[in-house]
Structure formats: structure tokens, C-alpha cells
Unconditional design. Structure first.
Lengths: 381, 710
């Protein structure tokens, strides 16, 4: 009797796929939204999202397996009409399985109403009910798989083996995955029309293709919802602010740990040979294009004379290199403060070298002794 | 039932086939040359017409519109007649279409090399050619629809659905994106500016890929694959679902080219999700192709035609999976502006379009000349050369794109960028070299095909008019239940209208808010129109195709903000007709280049880039130092801009040249200070003026804010 009902509902109905999808969508979505009111930021929570996504994926797997199983059962029933006992067993199994999944939905809907303690930002109740659902879903999949194995074994013995040479298991799996019709039975689904000799079959849509399509649609809805309705994911500009803040903290922590936090207020003249060599190396790649290798000036001013456009003391030079000014590019993005201090040291060391072909003086006269008294007071911005 | 006798027109198919072969070689040669120029800039020969910025548009246009375009027409003119059981509607229209299209291609090649360009990718051709394209496209449409209307087959086969959707969508895309205001015979400004221009352009650009490089080829696949394999098409219902979902969803996906740009976030998100939803509709086409081969895979191992098709369809599947993944924001953050994208499009271009075109040619020539192919072995060799070429092309570029992008993003623990831009370029030069080698191998394969087809043609006899028989059109009779879709299949006009509606929705829903809702492009008061000299400089920037290597769009990422300056704002581009955001960074971004270097730096850099940045792969632009700036066009340009809503004062067109003179002289004077003597009326002066202006307005605002605070 049970088998009769199942046959009536599932096998004769041409609306079967549509029906199942509607069930999935209504149940699936009511579940998503059911989790929301108690904790309005539930979609904010990556854990909740992961769990919900997992649930949806498992549900889809269940649906696919369920349909596969029904298909198998159908074949089996056709082939073994006399053996009523067996069909009864499968049908009962199917029914149990269906009920159990319905039960889980009920459980979930009643679920997330109170929110005392939190686990990963979710109320304990919501978390555990979600986990339970996932667990039950996995259990259902297991039951389905066992069932299928059972059915397939039977099928192999009674239907396929005598008829054809045994297909490799990979090919069989591939065929089931795509719902292939055996080529020998192709004429059953050939359409009557032909165009310039081209005929068309009417194979069913590969199930993974169809459900994959549904998944992308669901993903898209959730995506738009998160970014533009719930505002629970950062838009590009917010994402930028977050990343900048993070990076700043990281750099600050690193420099502090290293004890290397020199800046324009604390910089002093470096004269150590190692520092000057390091400064020279950078000067020869970054500065030569405008100031010439010997510092005599080209596009940029002469760095060896007593005249400075933006101040000639250590701090001013450091600042000019670091932040740039007018045509002088800023270098803080390319070099660390320490490196800039090394360049400054090297530039200062060029003073008075009188290179040939140097550029004429520009800017204001700067004398080391006078500056020693005023120390940096002459700097301009 | 009385059978009617009629003749298929093979002559027009032959003409388009020849054009396909010729432009395959020409387009690939241009591509190879451009690929070599990237690592050997001296191969630009120091001449304006042969420099990368003009060769690259020549390559893309030649491949898309000349090679693939002609291959589409070859296949359509062959299959449409047979699927409709009638000769083409009008031989005269067929030939107008053929010669018109070749004339467009020739004029495109000449004008692109001369530097006439709108500066919008894949839509570079100037307005007179745009109009010619529209007219010829209409001719093609009339001819196609005439043929469909006089068919002897009641229902339209799936291939024809794709042809119809292609025709109507390309018409829409081309017309909307080509809205421009002519300044002179070969110069125009885009109707749209900045963010809006970008949205329209990438709606067009993306769907040129969809409806010129994808849907017509799918249509051809639906004809030539079952023919070549002699198998029925796998699934009729899959055809229906994937056709309608594909054309509906594709249109929306354009903004995925603009992720993290100044385009409003909602539009970006639409681009992302609609691209993702495209995976399965695209794969529907792949599955229907590959599954059609069920039961004949042994044949695939031997038949070069099927081999080409299988690899083509597989490449199509890979590219249409990769595309949606690239549309995810976190993937786009790495891949955009890098060579990854170049690799991605060449999987589609070389694999899908190229191999499908080759397969069709190998199928058609023996059929139309009534003789077997001259050498199957040679065709197989072509197949292997092509496949190796694709791999050698794509793999190094994927690697290059990925590693360069990561280098861009690498910081030292001290918080400095670890690599100068140039270092990231020189690092991937070996990959560029390998890529050009892959391209060369692919081209050699194509030349083998030319030889093979030539030999086949030489030994065969051309069947200009192929005899056929069919019963006249019958009233539709249905036996029992009929699939609902059959109804529309016998109504071509309904098919056309419904297709147009389906493809129009996405564009309308994305454009209308972007154009009408003010908050999408917030105004920045300090952003002012370009001075006439800057405007002239900008036109030089566009003419030389600088946008093919330099972007003008700083995305809100830490590395870009540190490297280039504050991220770009929508309001900065309101006077940019056309926008110049670019899509590839072979050189650094220029959105805030203004004021970064001295005038003399730019002067020397244009004369010989390597003198200012040793190891640079930028070609020389020394002719800009000698060519006089043509200021006679200034008044017309100002008037055109005024018409587009740029707020130059009334009557400014007459005063503009005086301003040009003053600004040029001040730049010349600044150069003189750095020991560079140059007359003020040279093009380089205008270009420097423009470069020194880019991205500065917003800095100005910052300064004003600061003084206000003090």
C-alpha cells in the first residue's frame, strides 16, 4: 500500500522536480530567515553563514541522492513486479527518510528563539540546533547511500549483468552522474524533427548541472543580501579602511619590537661607513637620474654646494627625501626611515666635493655652524 | 508533395572563408609583433604607426572583427541556407555584406595605424567607420532574416536562435556604445564621461565577447559538430534552457571588469553575481557539444576536425568557468590589470574561436570543392602545434600575472613596498618571451592549414551552386503534445523581439540608476575641466594608445594607495570623454602622475624612456618632440565638449588657442630651466601639460581643506 502511494505521488507527477525545488526553497529560506529575528546580525556571522551554506549543500546532495534512489527504485519495481516484499521495504525506507528530514526542519524552525550564551558569536541554541541539523542531514545521506548500495547490488545481479558487458565502474558512475540514457535506448528520446540531417535527442538535464545552476542562484541572492541589504560584509572602501588599519598596527608593532623608530624629529647625521655605503647604493639607483651620480645636479639641484632649496640641515634633508616637495618625489613609500637616514648621511657626505660640470647654486645659503646654533629652525614646509 | 529544386550559394561562403584565412594570418602576425614589443621595445621601430599602442588595437580588432567575424559569416552563410532549405535571400546583399565588411576592416587597419581611435577598447574605430559597421550589419540582418522568412523548414534549429540573438544584441551594443560627438572627420568624443562611460564601455566590451565571440560560435557548433560527428544533438531541452539563460544573464556581467574601481558598489556586485550565475548556462553549451560525441569518441581520436572541436569546446568550458571565478572580488583583486587576464582571453581566443574556425574551414573546404582534404596528417600536425602553442602561450602568462601581482602587493615588514614597479616587470620578461614563442608556434600551425587548404582547393573543383531539393513550407501539424518552445521556433520575428527584450533588461537596469541617481557619482568641486592644452595633450595620449599599457584607476588597496596615491573617486572623471581607466598595467598606473615628476623628466622619458628608468620596456615616442601641435582643431574640440556639458565659458572656443600659447610657453620655460631647449608649439608640450594635470584636482582640494583648517 505504501509503495502505491509513493508511486502515485512521485512517479506519475511530471511536476516532481519543480515540487522538490519549491519544498527546498521554502524550507531552506524559511530556515535562513528563521535564524534571523532573534539575532539580527546572524548573517554577519561567518560561522552561521558557513553552517547555513553547508546545510543547503547537504540538502541538495540529499535531494540528488533521493532522486537517484527513486529512479533506481523505479527500475527495480518495473523489473521485479512479482516480488512485492522488497519494494515494500524500500518504500518504507524512503518514507522514513522523508519524514525524518521533515522532522529536522520542524526542529529548526522552533529552534533559534532564545539566545543566552554565545558560541562563535551565535546563541548556543542556534549553534546546537544547526549542528544537529547538519548531523541529521549527514545521517540521511548515509542512509540513502546504504540504500542505494543495496539497490545497486540487486540491480547488478538481476538486470544489468546478463544484458551487457559490465561497464567499468567509472563509466557507470559517470553515466549515473549525468543521467545518461544508454546509447542503445537512444531512439526512445529522439525527437521526430531533423534539420539538414541533424537530429536531436531530448536527454534529461544532467542533475549536477541543474543543481549547480540553482546553487549559483542561491549564492547570488545571499551575496546581494549580505552586501546590500544586511550590510554585513564590507564594501570596497570599508574593506580598504580595515586593511590599512591592520597593516599600520602590524608595521608599528614590528618597528617597536626592532627598536628602529627613527623619524624626522629624531634623526641624526649618520657617518658610519656601513650606513654611508648603504646610502650610496640607494642614491645610485634612486637619485642619480635627477641629481647625477656625483651629486652635481641635472634636473634636480646640486647637492654638493652650500645652497639648499628646501633646507640643508639633516632633518630638512630627511624630510625632503621622505615626503618629497614640488618636483622632488616622495620616497617614504619605497624606503624605510632608516634607509632615508642613510641617504641623508650620504648626501651630507657629498658636501664640498666640487664635482665637475655641477649645476649653478639654487636656493638659500646654508652654513653648518649657523645651523648648529639654530638646529633645524630654518626648515620650511 | 511536390519537391522544389534550388541551389545553395557556395560562392559567398568561399569568399568569407578566404577572408577568414587571410585575416587569421594578419591578425596573428600583429599579435606576435605586439607580444615581442613588450620585451623588445626597439621592435616598435621608433615609428608612430608601428608602436605597441597602435599595433595592439590593430591586433585585437583584426582578430575579433576580421578573423573571427569572417569565420562567423563563413559558417552562417553555409549553415543558414541548409538549415532553412533555401538559397540566401539576396545574392546582391550577400556581396554588399562581404565587400562592405572587408572595406571596414581595411579602413580600420589604416586608421588605427594612423592613430585615429576613440580610445575605447574593442570599439576603437572612429565614427564614420562606426556608421559603416551599422549599415553593413543591417544589410547582414536583412539578408539573414529574408532567408529565414523564405525558408522551407517550419521550425528554426537551435543554431539559428543563436544567430538571431547575436545579430540583435550586437546591433544594440554597437549603437549604444558608439554614441559619440564628431569633432572632425576622424575625431570624436564619447557621449558618456568617466564612470558612465566605463560602465557602457564594459557592458559593450564584455558582451562583444559574449555575442560576437561566443553565441555565434555556439550556433556554428550546433551545426558543424553534429554534422562532422554524424551524431544527434545531445539534448533539446538543454539547448532551450542554456540558450535563454545565457543571453539573459550575459548582459548583466559587464561590471565585473570594473571591480574595486570608482563604479558604485551595487553595480559591481551585480557584475559579480551575474557572472557566477553564468557558469552553468555556459557549461550547458559545452555539455551539449561534448555529450553529442557520446559513442563516437573513437572517431575523435582520428578525425582532426573533431579533435579541433573537442579542444575548442573544452577551452570554452575552461574559460567560462575561469571568467566567473575572476569576477569574485578577491580573485579580481589579484588578477585585474595583470597578464592573468591576457592568458584568460587567449584560452578563449586561441582555443575556442581559433580552433572552431579551423575546424569549420577543414570541414567546409573539402565539402565545397568535392574532394577529400589534401593531407590529414598535416591537419593533425596543425592540431598539435596549435595545442602546444596555446599551452606555451597561456601557462607562462598565468604565472607572470600571478607572480607580478603578488610582487605589487608585497610590503617589507617596515611597511614599505618591497618592489619598484619596474622590478616587477623585468622579473617576468622570460615569461613574455615564452609566450611569444607559444604564439609563434600557433601561427606556424595556422600557416600549415593555409598550405593544406590551398592544396585541397587546387586538386578539387569548386561547386559554386550546390543543388538541393525540399518540399515547400508546410503548415505546422502537431501530433499530440508539442513542446511549448516549438511555438516560438516557428515564429522568427517573435524570436527576434523576445531576444531583444531579454538582452535589453540587464543593460537598462544597470544604466538608468547610474545615469540618473546623483549619489552614484558624487561631485567634487575642485575638479575642473581640462585646459585646452591639456585637452590636446589628452588626445595625444589617446592617439598613441597609452591606455593599452597604463591604467588611470587606483583601486582602494594598500599597495596601490602607497604606490600611486589616494584611490580614485568617481567624481574625478566627470570631464573624461572618453574615460581612460585602462585594463592592463604593463606600465604603472597614471591616475596621479600629475606633479610626481618634473617636466624635464617627462620630456626625457618620452624621448627615451630607458634614460630615465633604466631597463624600462616602454617604447620611445621621440616623434612627439618634433611634431607640431595642431591647434586648428581646438575651437571645434571646445565646442564639442561644451555640447557634452563640460562647463567652458560661453565663447571660450575662440580664446582657447591664446591659453594654449600661454601655457605652452610656461612649460617650455620650465624645461629651459633644466637645460632643455624646445619650441613651445610641439606635441610633447601638450602631452606634458596633460600628464602633469592627471589626478591633481583632488590634491588641490586637500590643500584647500588644510588651509581652511589652519
Amino acid at each position: 500500500m505504501l509503495s502505491a502511494i509513493i508511486r502515485k505521488v512521485f512517479m506519475k507527477s511530471r511536476l516532481k522536480p519543480l515540487l522538490m525545488l519549491t519544498v527546498l526553497l521554502t524550507v531552506g529560506s524559511s530556515r535562513v530567515f528563521a535564524a534571523e529575528p532573534p539575532a539580527p546580525s546572524a548573517l554577519d556571522n561567518p560561522l552561521a553563514l558557513t553552517l547555513i551554506t553547508l546545510m543547503i549543500i547537504l540538502l541538495i546532495i540529499i535531494m540528488m541522492l533521493g532522486r537517484l534512489l527513486l529512479g533506481l527504485a523505479e527500475i527495480k519495481m518495473k523489473n521485479e513486479k512479482e516480488e512485492k516484499g522488497h519494494t515494500g521495504v524500500t518504500a518504507t525506507m524512503l518514507l522514513v527518510m522523508l519524514f525524518s528530514s521533515v522532522a529536522t526542519f520542524a526542529q529548526d524552525a522552533g529552534g533559534a528563539t532564545q539566545a543566552p550564551a554565545t558560541i562563535g558569536g551565535l546563541s548556543a541554541f542556534a549553534f546546537y540546533s544547526m549542528i544537529t541539523i547538519l548531523f541529521v542531514e549527514m545521517l540521511i545521506i548515509l542512509v540513502l547511500l546504504i540504500n542505494m548500495k543495496f539497490l545497486l547490488q540487486k540491480d547488478k545481479e538481476t538486470v544489468f549483468e546478463p544484458a551487457f558487458a559490465k561497464p567499468s565502474s567509472l563509466a557507470a558512475w559517470w553515466g549515473r552522474l549525468n543521467k545518461f540514457k544508454p546509447i542503445e535506448q537512444e531512439s526512445a528520446i529522439a525527437l521526430e524533427h531533423e534539420y539538414d540531417g541533424i537530429r536531436e535527442l531530448d536527454n534529461r538535464l544532467p542533475p549536477w548541472w541543474l543543481y549547480g545552476f540553482y546553487v549559483t542562484i542561491i549564492f547570488s541572492v545571499v551575496y546581494l543580501w549580505r552586501y546590500h541589504v544586511a550590510y554585513s560584509a564590507p564594501l570596497s572602501k570599508e574593506e580598504f579602511e580595515i586593511s590599512m588599519k591592520k597593516a599600520d598596527e602590524k608595521v608599528k608593532a614590528y618597528l617597536e619590537a626592532k627598536g628602529e623608530s627613527v623619524d624626522e624629529n629624531t634623526v641624526t647625521l649618520l657617518t658610519d661607513a656601513g650606513d654611508l655605503a648603504a646610502g650610496k647604493a640607494i642614491f645610485n639607483t634612486a637619485c642619480v637620474a635627477c641629481h647625477k651620480a656625483d651629486g652635481g645636479g641635472l634636473v634636480g639641484p646640486n647637492l654638493t654646494d652650500d645652497y639648499w632649496v628646501h633646507g640643508g640641515d639633516v632633518k630638512s634633508i630627511f624630510k625632503t627625501i621622505k615626503y618629497g616637495i614640488n618636483a622632488m618625489p616622495q620616497w617614504q613609500t619605497s624606503y624605510s626611515n632608516k634607509q632615508i637616514a642613510q641617504i641623508t648621511g650620504y648626501v651630507k657626505s657629498l658636501h664640498g666635493t666640487n664635482p665637475p660640470d655641477a649645476k649653478a647654486q639654487e636656493g638659500e645659503l646654508y652654513k653648518e655652524d649657523a645651523a648648529a646654533a639654530g638646529d633645524g629652525a630654518a626648515t620650511k614646509n | 508533395m511536390q519537391m522544389e529544386k534550388f541551389y545553395y550559394d557556395n560562392k559567398i561562403v568561399k569568399a568569407f572563408g578566404y577572408a577568414t584565412v587571410i585575416f587569421a594570418v594578419v591578425g596573428m602576425l600583429a599579435g606576435l609583433w605586439a607580444a615581442i614589443q613588450i620585451y623588445a621595445p626597439s621592435t616598435s621601430l621608433g615609428l608612430a604607426p608601428t608602436t605597441f599602442g597602435r599595433i595592439r588595437p590593430l591586433h585585437t580588432n583584426a582578430i575579433i572583427f576580421a578573423f573571427v567575424g569572417n569565420s562567423i559569416f563563413t559558417g552562417v552563410y553555409y549553415s543558414l541556407q541548409r538549415l532553412c532549405k533555401t538559397r540566401m535571400f539576396s545574392d546582391k546583399l550577400s556581396w554588399i555584406h562581404f565587400w562592405g565588411w572587408q572595406l571596414i576592416i581595411a579602413s580600420a587597419a589604416i586608421t588605427l595605424l594612423m592613430g585615429y581611435t576613440t580610445g575605447k577598447e574593442y570599439a576603437e574605430l572612429e565614427w564614420p567607420i562606426d556608421i559603416a559597421i551599422t549599415l553593413i550589419w543591417v544589410v547582414f540582418g536583412i539578408n539573414m532574416f529574408g532567408t529565414i522568412l523564405k525558408r522551407r523548414e517550419r521550425h528554426l534549429y537551435v543554431a539559428i536562435w543563436f544567430y538571431i540573438a547575436t545579430w540583435v544584441t550586437i546591433a544594440m551594443l554597437h549603437i549604444v556604445n558608439s554614441f559619440e560627438i564628431p569633432v572632425s572627420f576622424m575625431k570624436s568624443y564619447s557621449w558618456y564621461a568617466g564612470v558612465q562611460d566605463a560602465l557602457v564601455q564594459w557592458w559593450y566590451g564584455h558582451n562583444a565577447v559574449a555575442f560576437f565571440l561566443t553565441t555565434p560560435i555556439l550556433g556554428l557548433m550546433y551545426y558543424f559538430l553534429p554534422k562532422a560527428a554524424n551524431r544527434p544533438v545531445y539534448s533539446y531541452r538543454l539547448s532551450i534552457i542554456h540558450f535563454w539563460s545565457l543571453i539573459f544573464l550575459y548582459i548583466w556581467a559587464g561590471p565585473h571588469h570594473l571591480l574595486y574601481t570608482s563604479l558604485p558598489d551595487w553595480a559591481q556586485s551585480l557584475g559579480t553575481v551575474f557572472s557566477l550565475m553564468l557558469i552553468f548556462p555556459s557549461w550547458g553549451g559545452m555539455l551539449n557539444g561534448l555529450f553529442t560525441l557520446r559513442g563516437v569518441w573513437d572517431k575523435v581520436r582520428e578525425d582532426p576536425i573533431l579533435k579541433f572541436m573537442v579542444v575548442a569546446i573544452t577551452c570554452y568550458g575552461m574559460a567560462t568557468l575561469e571568467g566567473p571565478l575572476l569576477s569574485l572580488k578577491n580573485v579580481s583583486a589579484i588578477a585585474h590589470f595583470s597578464d592573468w587576464i591576457i592568458a584568460h582571453v587567449h584560452i578563449g581566443g586561441l582555443g575556442w574561436n581559433g580552433f572552431m574556425a579551423f575546424a569549420i574551414l577543414y570541414y567546409l573546404v573539402p565539402k565545397m570543392w568535392g574532394t577529400p582534404l589534401y593531407s590529414r596528417k598535416l591537419a593533425n600536425n596543425h592540431f598539435w602545434l596549435g595545442t602546444i602553442g596555446i599551452i606555451l602561450y597561456a601557462v607562462p602568462l598565468y604565472w607572470a600575472g600571478f607572480s607580478q601581482s603578488l610582487m605589487w602587493k608585497t610590503f617589507t615588514p617596515e611597511g614599505q613596498l618591497k618592489f619598484q614597479f619596474l622590478e616587477t616587470v623585468t622579473n617576468i620578461i622570460p615569461m613574455y618571451v615564452t609566450r611569444s614563442l607559444g604564439g609563434l608556434i600557433y601561427l606556424i600551425g595556422a600557416i600549415l592549414m593555409v598550405f593544406n587548404l590551398y592544396k585541397t582547393i587546387a586538386k578539387g573543383k569548386f561547386i559554386a551552386n550546390e543543388e538541393a531539393e525540399a518540399a515547400p513550407l508546410q503548415k505546422a501539424v502537431h501530433h499530440g503534445r508539442e513542446h511549448w518552445h516549438r511555438r516560438i521556433e516557428r515564429r522568427p520575428v517573435a524570436m527576434l523581439v523576445v531576444s531583444l527584450i531579454v538582452v535589453a533588461i540587464g543593460g537598462i537596469l544597470e544604466f538608468v540608476p547610474t545615469f540618473l541617481v546623483k549619489s552614484n557619482v558624487p561631485t567634487i568641486t575642485s575638479v575642473k575641466p581640462y585646459t585646452p592644452l591639456e585637452l590636446q595633450g589628452r588626445d595625444i595620449y589617446i592617439r598613441e594608445g597609452c591606455y593599452t599599457c597604463h591604467s588611470q584607476m587606483i583601486r582602494p588597496f594598500r599597495d596601490e594607495v602607497v604606490r600611486y596615491g589616494e584611490y580614485s573617486k568617481a567624481g574625478e572623471f566627470v570631464y573624461d570623454h572618453p574615460f581612460q581607466w585602462g585594463s592592463k598595467r604593463t606600465g604603472p598606473d597614471l591616475a596621479r602622475i600629475g606633479g610626481k615628476y618634473s617636466d624635464s623628466w617627462h620630456y626625457n622619458h618620452m624621448d627615451d624612456p630607458a634614460s630615465m628608468s633604466p631597463g624600462s620596456v616602454m617604447p620611445v615616442y621621440s616623434w612627439l618632440l618634433d611634431t607640431k601641435l595642431d591647434t586648428s582643431s581646438t575651437p571645434a574640440k571646445i565646442r564639442a565638449m561644451q555640447k557634452l556639458g563640460v562647463p567652458y565659458p560661453e565663447g571660450y572656443d575662440k580664446k582657447a588657442n591664446a591659453d594654449i600659447k600661454a601655457q605652452s610657453e610656461s612649460i617650455a620655460a620650465s624645461l629651459k630651466k633644466d637645460k632643455i631647449e624646445t619650441p613651445a608649439d610641439r606635441e610633447i608640450i601638450a602631452l606634458i601639460a596633460y600628464l602633469q594635470r592627471i589626478g591633481k584636482d583632488i590634491k588641490q582640494e586637500k590643500k584647500e581643506e588644510q588651509t581652511a583648517l589652519k
